[in-house]
Design a protein around this ligand. Sequence first.
Ligand SMILES: [Zn+2]
Length: 110
Amino acid sequence: MIHPLEKKRATYLTAFEEGVSDAFQKGNMNESKRSSAYYRRGYEFGITLKERLRNYSMKCDYCDHIEYYEDENSFFQGEMFGLNDDTVSCPNCLEKQPNSKITEERLNES
Ligand SMILES: [Zn+2]
């Protein structure tokens, strides 16, 4: 026999999952389910995730900084730097990277 609490939890989780799924696939709430707070939480979570996926993003290898870009153009003009060793650095961490190509070029210039 399934414990009543287990059953309740399963219902909440199902509502949450349906919310996430509707956000992704349909982009609008199911009217018959929107009265459930769990469904709405899932839906909002789904919309947030979808936003993030749609944008281009790049993570710095030296800190937890993640840069989000609106589109391809802003992505290529973005302020993240690829280094010689195939790592990616944000502007803040760049100066701490002794092996960075950009740092070398800067040193040669001066
Ligand atoms: Zn960084």
